[in-house]
Design a protein around this ligand. Structure first.
Ligand SMILES: Cc1ncc(COP(=O)(O)O)c(C=O)c1O
Length: 371
């Protein structure tokens, strides 16, 4: 049996009849830039997240970058973030003029440690970028309390977490709602993925939304008139049409992922050498990744590959140790939880269309390895 880490062809079989006509409608309209579907998607995603505004852009990276641009960072301004994330999180901070301050993660959820964030807050702290890693939200209530007390912004990196929820004072709140802005990625492998690159910013702040709409088209509300220097970061109408057609399936897909995750965790319980992922009870996890900690991780990965089972290491090298951040002066051992996670994690197939037999085959492979 061959089981890839993600099987987008299996998803395509279930949505072809909806997505292809939506795509062809754009082709027939020939309105490839800022066509109707873009605004429709902005409204639909904002409504889905419970926010006032949605601003589509060209990628999740740009959703972070443009959000950070609205903070008008000055040289030396610090932005606290996680070292255990995709590079874009920190790259966007630098490109927006900030200095990333990496702090350690909570070893149970891999999300930012609140104590570590508290200890890193200083005179130059302007923002935090929490990453809702693998599809479960960071403890936003604790972060927003810190942000309110110290007067800085929160840009949620929700690239992996569209639809994830957190129980805050008895109310389930979706990723993207509690921050100054929330940034989503529609990269094809995401839980809501386009047929190319794409991203979205959500916010309740009308002024910031208006500025973001300008920044994504070279900083001008009116054509050939520029208030400030922005970038070209529009979402293609084609992507918007595909994403709109898929959005209606997102909750059912996320629920299917949760079902697979529950079954995996049950099956892994008795296996020494593996620690299944932990969902914070305050979270509704959407399992963008089902990520275990594994002893002899690289050998397990090779064993699974031999059986035809795909897996991946997200992320093999922490950001504070990347060559491009050497100037920040971090050393190996500075952020031990993140570093240990990078040596132990392995993500297993958890896409919605996975069958019970496929799931069983993955678990048999893990069990066989540790037997
Ligand atoms: C945590 C995180 N942040 C940011 C991004 C950037 O998104 P994109 O690839 O759409 O630019 C990604 C996606 O790859 C991600 O996983």
């Amino acid at each position: 049996m061959r089981i890839p880490l993600l099987d987008l062809a299996a998803q395509m079989d279930t949505i072809r009849d909806e997505v292809v006509p939506a795509l062809m409608a754009v082709v027939e309209s020939q309105r490839f830039i800022m066509g109707e579907a873009v605004q429709q998607l902005e409204e639909a995603v904002a409504q889905y997240c419970g926010t006032e505004h949605g601003i589509a852009c060209a990628s999740g990276t740009d959703a972070l970058f443009l959000s950070l641009k609205t903070l008008d960072l000055e040289p030396g301004d610090e932005v606290i973030t996680s070292p255990f994330t995709f590079f874009a999180t920190a790259g966007a901070i630098c490109n927006a003029g900030g200095t990333p301050v990496f702090v350690d993660v909570d070893p149970t959820t891999f999300n930012l440690s609140i104590d570590a964030v508290s200890n890193a807050i200083g005179d130059r702290t302007r923002a935090i970028v929490p990453v809702h890693l693998f599809g479960q939200m960071a403890p936003m209530e604790a972060l927003t309390a810190l942000a309110d007390r110290h007067g800085f912004a929160i840009i949620e990196d929700a690239a992996q977490a569209i639809g994830a929820k957190r129980d805050v004072d008895g109310e389930w709140i979706r990723a993207g709602k509690l921050g100054t802005t929330g940034a989503f990625s529609f990269f094809p492998s995401k839980n809501l993925g386009g047929w190319g690159d794409g991203g979205m910013i959500v916010t309740d702040d009308a002024d910031r939304a208006a500025r973001l709409r300008m920044l994504r088209v070279h900083g001008g509300a009116k054509q050939y008139h520029h208030e400030e220097v922005g970038v070209n970061s529009r979402l293609d109408t084609v992507q918007a049409a595909v994403l709109l057609a898929k959005l209606g399936h997102l909750d059912e897909w996320n629920a299917a992922r949760r079902g697979h995750a529950g079954a995996y965790t049950e099956a892994l319980r008795g296996i020494a050498g593996v620690v299944p992922p932990v969902a914070d009870p305050a979270n509704e996890h959407i399992y963008h990744q089902y990520t275990i900690r594994a002893q002899r991780r690289d050998s397990l990965k090779a064993h699974l590959a031999e059986r035809g089972v795909g897996s991946a290491v997200y992320y093999p090298q922490c950001l504070h140790l990347q060559p491009c951040f050497a100037y920040l002066g971090y050393r190996e051992g500075d952020l031990p939880e993140a570093e240990q996670a990078s040596r132990e994690v392995l993500s297993l197939p958890v896409y919605p269309e996975l069958t019970v037999d496929q799931r069983q085959f993955v678990m048999d492979g893990v069990r066989e390895f540790y037997a």
